[in-house]
Design a protein around this ligand. Sequence first.
Ligand SMILES: [Ca+2]
Ligand SMILES: [Ca+2]
Length: 152
Amino acid sequence: MIYVNQVYLNNSLPIFPHQLYKLDPDAEPVCLRDITAKANFDIARSTCVSYGGFLISIKTVEKLELFKSITSGQDRWVGLDDIDVEGQFVWHGDGSNLTAVQEKAVFSSGEPNNLGEEDCVQFRAHVQKLNDLPCHHKFGFVCERSLPGSTC
Ligand SMILES: [Ca+2]
Ligand SMILES: [Ca+2]
């Protein structure tokens, strides 16, 4: 964690107080914000967009560990869903599809399973990995933002 950059509106609500994180000293830094208020997937997604970002992408074990350190391993929505085409998961950050390697790295064993129609993806505290489940559930969420410069 290198920078903490907070910007406040007149009503004192933070508009985008993301923090800058690095997975390791040589890695590209990422800007993340953990939001503990619970919301359904659609609200979580649109909230991150309103902050100029997107629901977090977690494609690697390293990113998963960073996510867990920020959220204390609690339930959160992440930026991945198969709402448009069943079984075809898309990352919100770059629009790419979930790969088999990513799935093996970050999903819980046996997930995603679309059990009873599950199109949105959460970090599941119980197993400390990702799981698909119905989008109407309410969780906190983590927003990610691409770096406009050297600060968030
Ligand atoms: Ca599904
Ligand atoms: Ca599931």
